[in-house]
Design a protein around this ligand. Sequence first.
Ligand code: NAI
Length: 722
Amino acid sequence: MTSTIRWEQDDTGIVTLVLDDPNQSANTMNQAFKASLTEVADRLEAEKENVRGVIFTSAKKTFFAGGDLHDLIQVTPETAHLVFEGGQSIKRDLRRIETLGKPVVAAINGAALGGGYEIALACHHRIAVDKSSTKIGLPEATLGLLPGGGGVARTVRLLGIADALLKVLLQGNQYNPQRALDNGLIHELAADQDESLAKARAFIDANPESAQPWDKPGYRIPGGTPANPKFAANLPAFPANLKKQTGGANYPAQRNILAAAVEGSQVDFETAQTIEGRYFTELAAGPVSKNMIQAFFFDLQAVNSGANRPKGIESKPVRKAAVLGAGMMGAGIAYSCALAGIEVVLKDVTQESADKGKAYSAKLCEKAVSRGRTTQAKADALLARITATADPQDLAGCDAVIEAVFEDPALKHKVFQEIQDVVEPDALLCSNTSTLPITQLAEGVSRPVDFIGLHFFSPVDKMPLVEIIKGERTGDEALARAFDLVRQIKKTPIVVNDSRGFFTSRVIGHFMNEGVAMVGEGIEPASVEQAAAQAGYPAKVLSLMDELTLTLPRKIRNETRKAIEAEGGSWPEHPAEGVIDRMVDEFERPGRSGGAGFYDYDENGKRAKLWPGLREHFTKPGYEIPFRDMQERMLFSESLDTVRLLEEGVLTSVADANIGSIFGIGFPGWTGGVLQYINGYEGGLPGFVARSRELAERYGDRFLPPALLVEKAEKGEKFSDA
Ligand code: NAI
């Protein structure tokens, strides 16, 4: 088997182990690595007398990428024992190197995530090259896994149980080198790889008999372990913390991480590693890690790499963007563009409102500087790239326009009219409308071929997704340029065809309608909220509805209904509509901005409690439904409508649907997205179809499975782009 670790020994007895898999662009924990590590550990033991110290570094851009996800997604309960044994072998060999009695140093020259950081953790000293691509951490939890290569055992011993869980393991944080240093994950920074190697040699010279803290006599886990009564008193807080971090949802990784950390802290190091290996294997063989690897690795890669971008069109970065409307969305879009180095002209009706929009960027910059995420100089440069104005003439030279004025077609037409002859003659024309059909908006501009929907999510600086909407007359060049612009500002683009509400706004509407319908049926509102949280939704359904206001969906519903009926179609009544109408008209509770909605709000607008009137006005004595039905009504309503969107040709890619649902509208991550949820459902597609029919019988025809779903189930297929 090819060796993936190169042995380089200098004449002073320092062995540099260069991680360099000749068959891959990045180093991973594959079979070849496992065999190479055993060889290296054997040789180090055999030649120990001639070895003064060991340095791990890498010949790749990243230090080491971690487990091979192509292999991990294939693991089944039948092959799980092989994963366990492979992991045990790697841990045994790292342990042999760690306890050789010689100083071992990691010279981390690039990203060291997951398995990469686990190798570094087995070293006595960790030096990282301080550059933006160096990321350090154990992100396994974000893929439904845990670090099973000694990562739990070592971080618990390095940082203590609480810090290891909260700072490293449960959320899978990735740190830049400075923050990794501040949080005790590494020991030193270096300017480049050469300096890291020089510092590694200096450490070896100064510490000829180095050992890990946990291998030194008298070592105790920092902060104590559950064996200590004082620590045990704090232990009950952990499950609560866990619930806070996962919403109490179906995230087995967090449960297993907690168990591995606590159980492993009470036994010797080797046993702790075995315990961690068992918990890892259980996760690797289970369904949630597969869903999450599919979505967060494979689907995300497909989406970002441009599977949906028209081919053969040269990319031309945007230099100067016009943002029309400096309200909540416009201000956020201006910030994201400026952050990516684009000159921005932010225009509103008055200079004062334009300035207010720019002030939003100033606030975000101030926060980033105070938290050490950027420097004052970079923040100043970012702000200098934004020009706030009320004068359309200032838009001269802009090669892209992003419109974010009020949601009113006539106004949107007007603002484009005002500027289309001022900007570059071939400028890309985008609208951030969240609901208006792009094809109709395009009628108001002189170049509909260059007009496209660019639907951002709020808050723009935090939300990673942008939904690109192709109108009927949008050209391929505009689509390619819009795609490139989204990548330029480091966001994830999904591409859909035009339709009312596109993909995201339409599908999230089903989630909210289902929650509201349940209230209308007389189900305890607190249970409805709890069901959403436990299903894994980041926002509870009634509180989300209040945030968006109840009048907005009503307005959209009425307009859509009118449009559908004008075309001779019929509008499918939803039981939520009556509840919303009563809330707005009868009880005058239009949502948070109106001071009252499903919740009561205090004088500062802070959510106080669910409105007691709900239980009084919406009742059905003795009516109760299983908790599982409550959760699945929300999840199914979104998945089923996504299938309809595929049937209608609004959506054309499974990866886009999965990524869009998780990144844009909070569909629970453990499912792997709105279509992967169907693929991974118990019994596969036939199981999902049967359950849809059951829900339809109990709660209404809206749960009947669409023809495409039934057909795929019958053919034994899954939803996939392959
Ligand atoms: P907003 O009300 O905060 O901001 C609209 C801004 O447009 C105001 O500052 C207003 O002064 C300005 N404006 C009005 N007429 C103008 C004109 N002639 N020239 C320049 N500026 C003008 O609204 P928001 O929330 O920022 O929404 C803007 C657009 O983004 C809407 O189309 C909305 O549907 C869409 N959107 C909103 C999302 C949200 O979460 N609020 C999410 C995604 C899209």
